[in-house]
Design a protein around this ligand. Structure first.
Ligand code: G3P
Length: 232
């Protein structure tokens, strides 16, 4: 499963992209509205930082407006994927944009039926909002499992993005269920990173190594010799 970051913050993308784990990013109007600066510049910077698909969402409610906005967003950067909200107008716009070779991420999907309709429109990605399903006491894992099962059984090639990820368990569930992608907020990515046993283990290694200073000297000399050799 590939990891995208779900944010409109260039600073968050800069920090997490340095970990070498990101295959893309997703934005949406709410995430971008939190940021200062030009939205187009933000999207372009995020594209450059992740070097993979970055979703930028249309905001019109009619197909013609969605299509016009999608074409314009696509021209911001080669990595832009056009995000279209699920609705019948969005299906029409997604079909038109896809037929022009523009990658579409259909968002605000909450059921297997909606996902199948989105796939029928030919979208590249279908974003299922796990957190918001859980918010209304609907088992998000069950919905994602249904989407995965329907897509696999029918040979659907649209990729499933686990979105509205609220905690690391959503990421694990998405991977276990077979989602191609999870788009994860920076806060959750940090939560995935930390474990008390890792922290304690690293501290133990450091202290034990430091108890043998000659070992530290040995390793430093190994480094110096190699640096000297590569400099010629
Ligand atoms: O990718 C969609 C995500 O940004 C929505 O998250 O927490 O507002 O449901 P949330």
């Amino acid at each position: 499963m590939r990891l995208f970051i779900d944010t409109g913050s260039v600073a968050e993308v800069q920090e997490i992209a340095a970990w070498g784990i990101l295959a893309g990013a997703t934005t949406n109007p709410s995430l971008l509205a939190k940021e200062d600066g030009d939205p187009g510049e933000i999207i372009r910077r995020i594209c450059d930082l992740v070097g993979g698909p970055v979703s930028a969402e249309v905001v019109s409610s009619d197909p013609e407006g969605m299509i016009a906005e999608g074409r314009a967003l696509r021209e911001l950067h080669e990595h832009v994927t056009v995000k279209v909200p699920f609705c019948k107008e969005g299906l029409a716009a997604a079909h038109a944009l896809t037929s022009e070779g523009i990658s579409v991420n259909m968002t605000l999907v909450f059921s297997a039926n909606q996902a199948l309709l989105a796939a029928g429109a030919g979208v590249t990605y279908v974003s299922c909002f796990m957190g918001r399903l859980d918010d209304i006491s609907v088992d998000s894992g069950q919905v994602v499992a249904e989407i995965v099962e329907c897509f696999r059984a029918g040979g659907v090639t649209s990729q499933i993005i686990a979105a509205s990820v609220r905690h690391p368990e959503h990421v694990i569930a998405a991977a276990q269920l077979g989602c191609e992608i999870a788009t994860v907020p920076a806060k959750v990515l940090h939560q995935m990173l930390e474990h008390p046993l890792t922290t304690a283990g690293a501290e133990r290694f450091r202290k034990d190594w430091e108890s043998r200073p000659e070992f530290g000297d040995w390793l430093q000399s190994l480094v110096s010799k190699r640096v000297g050799a590569t400099r010629g």
